[in-house]
Every structure is written in C-alpha cells, then in structure tokens.
Design a protein around this ligand. Structure first.
Ligand SMILES: *Cc1c(COP(=O)(O)O)cnc(C)c1O
Length: 468
C-alpha cells in the first residue's frame, strides 16, 4: 500500500513512513493511493467475529508490506484489551431504528482512545524495528491530553510531554493526566493559557535543530493511522445491522472531520452507507457548507461540546481531494484561497456531489441541553453534549426512515457532568475504573511560559534516556 499527499507534491510513502511523518512535506495530508476493497463476501464473513478480529481484517491492507499479519493482529488485540466492554465499541439500541455506538469504553472515556490506543503501539513497534526513539510533544486545554498520555505510557521508544495551562483545567481533566506515573510520561503545567501552551509546542516544532536533536513528533488528528483505526467501527456497525444486504445511516458529532471521514472511507471500501450526517454546535461552518455551499470562517465560540469548537476542520482536506478528482494542484490552490480569503471556493457541481451524501445539522447550547433532556426522557439514556448533538442531527436529517441510524457516542456522560446534570438533574458517576481518581498520586512540573525552559526540560530527560 502506497500513500499520496492531498497536495500532490510530497513523495509517495509506505505505511510506516506515513505513520511517523504525520503532515506531508508539501503541507498536505496522506491518503491511500487507492482504497482497498471489502467484497460482499468479505462483509458476510465478518458477521459474528469479535471487534478485534474485524479490526485486524479491515486494517491489514493498509499496513501490508510493513507489518507481518500476526504481529499486527497482536498489536490490535493488545490495543483493545483494556477497554471495559466485551464488545469494545458496543451498539446500543435507542429506539425502533436508532442505535448508539459507544466509542468511550477506553481508558479516558472518549472516542480518541479507539485510535490512539492503537497508534501508540504502532509507533512503538515501528520505532523499535528502526532502532529509533521519539519525543512526542503536545498541548491540551485538558480535554484530549489524557488520551495521548494513555496511548504512549510505558511505550519503550517514546517519551511524551504534554503541556497544560496551570490551574486552568478541571480537576478531573488534570488528574486523568497527572495520575499516570509512568517514567516516560511528563506532564508540564505551564504558567499561562492554553494558547500559550500551543504556541510553545509550535515554537519547538519550528526550531528545526531542536526538532532533530530530540526527534520531535506528534500524534495529532491528521495522522492517517488515526483515520484507519476509526474505519473499523463503521464496518462493525454495518455488518451487525445487515451489511452487505442493508445499508446504514451514520450521524457523527464532528470537529476536525476525522471521525466522519473514516465513515466515508468505509463506504469507499465497499460498506453500504446511505447517508452521512454531520453534527455541529454553534460553530456551524460545516452545516453552512453542506446546506448553502458557504464554507466561510468565523470566530470560534466556546460551547458545551468543546471538542467541536473548531472553524477549520483539518481532515476536510481529505474529502476535498476526492471532490476535486484527486488533483493535488487544485487542492493546494483551494486551500490557499481559503486561508487568504476566509472562504473556500467550490464549484457548484463539486459541492452538489458532497451535499448529496453529507447532511449538516447544528445545535446551539440551549438546544444541546434540551437534547440531553429529551434523549434521557425518551430512552432513559444519559448522553454527553457531543453525543446529544449527533443523535438530534441524525433524527432531524435522516432521509430514509427505514435505514438504521447509527449515532456515534464520542464521550462518556461523566466526562461532562455539569451539562448532563443541568439538563437532567442527574450527575453521572465516573465508571469504576476511575472511581478512585481523586485519591491517586499525581505528578507534574510547573514551568514558566518560556520555550527555553521547556526545551531545557526535554533535553534533560532526553540525555538521561529511557532510564530516567
Ligand atoms: C475529538 C472529538 C470529537 C470530534 O471528532 P473529529 O474526528 O475531530 O471530528 C467529537 N466528540 C468528542 C467527545 C471528541 O473528543
């Protein structure tokens, strides 16, 4: 399997190179040169298999040539062994033709774990084979840092530094990160804001000699392997609900467009999907695009579903590449105009192609609270604000009522207890595995908002090696 950049100028790469590279050198994102196909017989044979077995089958063509099949099956099984539900990503029926796919049974209660638990192991495997180590660096407002930390903890070839703003995350968020005491995990509380943290990480990546010195890398949401791991649960849902004979409609609370793009990839591979529904909060750029061909940037406004507080969805470029018939030069021009003018130029017939399959729907914070309340009222289920947006978007926009609606539940309700309590009067409890979170020992360092200070700290652990 070869991978090509959406901007057409970076070299074609193998899977292991794509994994470690992340962003392509021409500024584009990597996608498979051609989609591997799942035949109808392939889909039928998957019925009744476990999530891990389906995962190994669906993903193997993407890594073939880089990882032997047995090793890969091992990595996959190990990645999901720590999920606290036997089905890994269980489907729960909500009403006569609506299902919720629970993607939050991993260590940090959010769907990012599904991809990152595998990504950490893939990094480790490929790096060890090459005799290399990397330093992963990232910034978090509190929400996603723990998923990266859980993905990298105890991996021999990785050191991870996560910067969070000191005293500006919730206690649950901080403790989920700082109670991981593994030697290769370094939590840094920066005396500054989340923006300061992001600027520090950017500055380190822009310092090329430092970047080479410590072999700096990232596990951000544009990494192809994250999309790859997310394709699996769409196939799992599809074969559980009748593929290949019957299609499904999927509804996805969307931020960076990674999760919904994985659904699109599943359909390109042969899974019957009737419609893709994109849920947004008041940051509604994707809804405006899909209803009126208006992809114009506005200010990001904070909401009850912070993981969707995004204006430019980085993974949209992967869909754009296909909408523009895989013409890298045209993607490059389109993205440049988008950056320069704040509005994406899109010819009518291209937009129609997107709007035929994808439907957008947005909810503001009041509607989101009402949604959490209504879903609880009608089904007894407590859902987090992101999931609620996806369910209502699905119910509102599904075109074919006979097509089973599968809504992606991207966070456990206990991750957003205040919103859930406000909407339902019930405060969701942390699951057992996190029940002792407030009693756990924490470890983090407080550092000033200074690139020098952070770099000095990273160098110190780098020269000490993994034995620090
Ligand atoms: C990251 C995240 C999303 C958005 O997913 P994308 O792949 O960025 O579209 C939605 N909900 C939750 C809870 C998330 O953590």
């Amino acid at each position: 399997m070869k991978y090509v950049s959406t901007r057409g100028k970076a070299p074609e790469l193998n899977f292991d190179e794509v994994l470690l590279t992340g962003l392509a050198r021409d500024g584009g994102l990597y996608v498979p040169a051609a989609w591997p196909k799942l035949t109808e017989d392939d889909l039928r044979e998957m019925r009744g298999l476990s999530y891990e077995e389906i995962a190994a089958r669906v993903m193997y063509p993407f890594v073939e040539g880089c990882i032997p099949e047995d090793d890969f099956a091992h990595l996959v099984a190990d990645a999901y062994a720590g999920f606290d539900h036997d089905a890994t990503c269980p489907l729960k029926q909500l009403d006569s033709n609506t299902w919720v796919m629970e993607l939050f049974h991993g260590p940090t209660l959010a769907f990012k774990d599904v991809a990152l638990q595998l990504l950490g192991r893939l990094f480790d495997y490929v790096l060890k084979k090459q005799g290399k180590r990397v330093t992963i660096a990232g910034a978090t407002s509190g929400d996603t840092g723990s998923a990266a930390i859980e993905a990298c903890r105890d991996r021999e070839a990785i050191d991870i530094f996560i910067l969070h703003p000191h005293n500006r995350t919730s206690e649950v968020q901080r403790r989920q990160m700082t109670s991981v005491l593994s030697m290769n995990v370094h939590n840094v509380a920066v005396e500054g804001t989340f923006d300061d943290c992001q600027d520090l990480v950017k500055a380190m990546f822009n310092d090329l000699s430092f970047r080479d010195e410590v072999n700096l890398s990232a596990v951000n949401s544009i990494n192809w392997a994250r999309i790859m791991a997310q394709i699996v649960y769409y196939v799992y849902a599809g074969v559980s609900l009748g593929a290949p004979e019957r299609g499904i409609t999927v509804s996805v609370p969307t931020g960076n467009f990674g999760n919904i793009f994985a659904a699109y990839a599943a359909r390109e591979m042969g899974l019957p999907i009737d419609q893709f529904i994109v849920g947004s909060n008041s940051n509604d750029i994707l809804t405006r695009f899909l209803s009126d061909n208006d992809m114009s940037m506005k200010q990001v406004s904070p909401s009850l579903s912070p993981s969707m507080d995004i204006q430019v969805s980085s993974n949209f470029e992967r869909l754009l590449f296909d909408l523009l018939d895989r013409d890298g030069e045209e993607v490059e021009e389109t993205m440049q105009q988008f950056r320069a003018s704040g509005k994406m130029p899109m010819e009518e017939d291209r937009w129609r192609r997107a709007a035929k399959d994808f439907t957008g729907h947005c909810l503001d914070d009041n509607e989101t609270l009402a949604a959490i309340g209504a879903i609880h009222e009608s089904s007894g289920e407590l859902v987090d604000p992101h999931t609620a947006v996806g369910i209502i978007a699905g119910w509102t926009q599904r075109k074919d009522p006979a097509s089973p609606l599968v809504c992606m539940a991207t966070a456990h309700p206990a991750k957003f207890p205040d919103a859930v309590e406000e909407a339902t009067g019930i405060r969701p409890a942390l699951p057992n595995k996190l029940a002792d979170l407030f009693d756990r020992e924490e470890r983090f360092e407080v550092l000033p908002n200074s690139v020098d200070a952070i770099q000095t700290r990273i160098r110190k652990s780098n020269s000490a090696g993994s034995a620090e």
